[in-house]
Design a protein around this ligand. Structure first.
Ligand SMILES: C[S@@+](CC[C@H](N)C(=O)[O-])C[C@H]1O[C@@H](n2cnc3c(N)ncnc32)[C@H](O)[C@@H]1O
Length: 308
């Protein structure tokens, strides 16, 4: 009898049965406990997914697009790009990263507490707010042409003060109840808030005494009466963000030539935005003419110029 037939003989099977039974029981116990662990693991995963869903919902309420048109959540690619652009303009990467973070927190805080919203994408707003103080404007007089709810100016006051500056703001806007743009239909704002001076005052008050003291001139920036009322000083910062047509931007740039202090920073919003091709067109044309402005660069969708 060979060894194989020895093991399969009925005597051997009888002898080995208790051992085989023991092995079977162990395997069964292992399978049962692995299945139980699997079920517990699935339950834990399900609980973790529920927690994540609640956190996402909470973040969406805080940072989502509802009530302002665009989400304030941030992705690494655009943020890294913005850091590089602001660093290039400011010549200081640490300061760029710090200011972009400060601007982001400010944006979320202002939109949470204010009325209306700040117009535009998150990176563009953080780029403007973060860069302007780093370019060391020659004085603290700030003019914003086209303010919507005044919330950007409120943010800029805070950013300038954080840099030890003493900002004094002038605002020009027609306050037409809605945002006016040539060729665009008049439609209600995503925030649901009417575009009026009261909303602007409320938002400026969030920026403390300098906000409360801001000068607000109702009217179109091209109107001689509007211009006469606010051309009494030379501005260290001019933000051009009113009429977005090529003609409108060209007129604002020509006016800015007259009222910019030597060394002033002029910010041209929505530059390079395919929705507003007239802005880039107007700046390109303006810079080929007789001008005090030189192009410093851009951050997100804003061009920065320096007056001689
Ligand atoms: C894009 S919004 C300004 C956004 C604001 N700067 C911000 O950062 O939130 C443009 C504003 O300019 C106003 N506007 C349109 N035409 C204008 C003009 N000719 N002069 C001044 N403001 C104008 C619009 O009614 C609107 O309130």
């Amino acid at each position: 009898m060979n060894s194989r037939s020895l093991l399969t003989s009925s005597a051997a099977r009888r002898l080995l049965r208790p051992v085989a039974d023991l092995i079977d029981q162990r395997i069964e116990r292992r399978i049962r406990s692995a299945a139980a662990a699997d079920a517990a693991g699935r339950e834990r995963l399900g609980d973790a997914v529920e927690v994540l869903k609640h956190q996402q919902l909470t973040l969406d309420l805080l940072l989502g697009s509802s009530g302002r048109g665009l989400s304030r959540s941030v992705s690494p690619g655009p943020l890294n790009r913005l850091h590089s652009e602001v660093a290039e303009l400011a010549g200081d990467r640490d300061a760029a990263v710090r200011n972009v973070a400060a601007a982001y927190r400010l944006l979320v805080a202002l939109e949470s507490l204010g009325v209306g919203r700040i117009a535009g994408g998150t990176m563009n707003i953080c780029g403007k707010l973060g860069t302007i103080p780093l370019l060391d404007p020659p004085n603290d007089e700030i003019l914003e042409i086209g303010t919507l709810y005044g919330m950007f100016s409120a943010g800029l006051i805070r950013m300038m003060e954080r840099d030890g500056r003493d900002p004094s703001v002038t605002i020009v806007d027609p306050f037409a109840g809605v945002q006016l743009q040539p060729g665009n239909p008049r439609r209600a704002d995503p925030s649901g808030t009417p575009v009026d001076e009261r909303a602007v005052r409320t938002n400026l008050a969030l920026a403390g005494p300098a906000g409360t003291a801001a000068r607000i001139q109702r009217g179109f920036s091209e109107d001689p009466g509007t211009r006469a009322a606010v051309s009494d000083r030379r501005y260290g910062v001019i933000v051009v963000d009113g009429d977005h047509s090529a003609e409108g931007v060209a007129k604002d740039l020509r006016w800015a030539e007259e009222i910019a202090a030597p060394g002033a920073i002029v910010v041209l919003d929505d530059f390079g935005d395919p929705k507003w091709p007239g802005i880039e067109e107007a700046l390109d044309k303006h810079l080929t003419g007789d001008t005090r402005f030189s192009y410093l660069g851009k951050a997100a969708l804003s061009a920065f110029l320096r007056a001689s």
